[in-house]
Design a protein. Structure first.
Length: 346
């Protein structure tokens, strides 16, 4: 049975700074060790995803990536961690330990002692949307909160980076410093919508109990369901979601300067363009090719690259769309503020 959740914001917020950490080392997808054990057809599927390399740092955990990105965001904005009103950590794909708290670990490491701290997640790439919903709600509900930091470290859950037949996962950290709108804010988040369909809750899964991490593999329980039924659902849902987002803000698609998607595959980007009947900004394909999939971090990385390349300028509006194999979809409407000569915002 389908379960629908559509959430609306009531007022814009500002993304004051984006911090990121991208490892220096890259790994060619064609040389991934897991490809050697695949059937030829599956190996070719991986090599045709449009991903040449992925970023890799086996010495860093998802927590490490998130911490480095969080510090970068705070440094960029000149905001001390002690002044944070809230810290929201988007859950990693696989925590290093169970029971313990990566969120409060990050709070302690940063010195954000006064911050209300917790995690959100459960929606894969779309998990950035509930994190931003929550940040906006905290800012609206509590006037004493000045800044909310949202952080995430993206790494594959197990040793294998290829998730058949979807994407190849890289490593990277990202943090968004969210506050109330002000004239110098580089990004205003005007509105966002989200939809989920619980029928696909376990379309992808990774069995981990009673098996070593070397044997962890992400598996799709229903490849036709992913390739056809969920694809048709996405085609119907994503276009409607974008239209809803724009119409309730008094806009049409002609008012949008650019569209940005997450980076799963070249085929996925083409599918999104066909669904929305418009092209995506070039940063999507370029970052897909160079970095692979970075989970919830993709869309703001692509936005930052578009700003650095002047594909978006002050006053432009852009729509950021996200799709997750757990059947979650989101669309974010942003407006570009003054960039003050900076190359991007991170």
């Amino acid at each position: 049975m389908s379960a629908e959740v559509t959430l609306h914001t009531a007022a814009p917020v500002a993304v004051e700074a984006v911090g990121r950490y991208l490892p220096d080392r890259t790994h060619a997808v064609a040389e991934l060790p897991e490809l050697a054990g695949l059937a030829e057809a599956d190996r070719l599927t991986c090599l045709n995803l449009g991903i040449d390399t992925v970023l890799v740092d086996d010495g860093l955990t998802s927590y490490d990536l998130a911490e480095r990105a969080a510090r970068a965001a705070l440094d960029r904005a000149g905001v001390p961690a002690a002044s944070l009103g809230a810290l929201i950590v988007i859950e990693p794909r696989a925590p290093e330990t169970l029971i313990s708290s990566d969120a409060t670990r990050l709070q302690h490491a940063l010195g954000a002692d006064a911050a209300t701290t917790f995690t959100v997640g459960g929606l894969g790439c779309v998990s950035v949307a509930p994190a931003l919903f929550t940040a906006r709600g905290l800012l609206a509900a509590d006037p004493s909160i000045g800044h909310v930091l949202v952080a995430h470290g993206s790494k594959p859950a197990g040793g294998a980076r290829y998730r058949h037949p979807v994407t190849v996962n890289g490593d990277g950290g990202q943090a968004l410093l969210v506050t109330r709108p002000h004239p110098a804010a580089p990004i205003r988040l005007l509105d966002l919508v989200q939809h989920t369909d619980g029928r696909y809750w376990d379309l992808f899964r990774l069995e981990y109990r009673d098996r070593p991490t070397a044997r962890w593999r992400e598996e799709c329980r229903d490849l036709p369901g992913y390739s056809f039924r969920l694809a048709m659902e996405t085609r119907n849902r994503l276009g409607a979601l974008v239209d809803e987002l724009l119409s309730r803000n008094g806009l049409t698609r002609a008012d949008v300067a650019g569209y940005i998607s997450q980076n799963l595959s070249a085929g996925g980007l083409a599918f999104t363009e066909e669904t929305l009947e418009t092209g995506l900004l070039p940063s999507c394909r370029e970052n897909l090719r160079r970095f692979g999939h970075l989970g919830p971090n993709d869309v703001f990385l692509n936005l930052d690259t578009a700003l650095a390349g002047k594909d978006l300028v002050e006053g432009d509006r852009a729509v950021l769309v996200n799709v997750s194999p757990v059947a979650a979809w989101s669309a974010l409407l942003v407006e570009i503020g003054p960039q003050q000569g900076r190359e991007g915002i991170a």
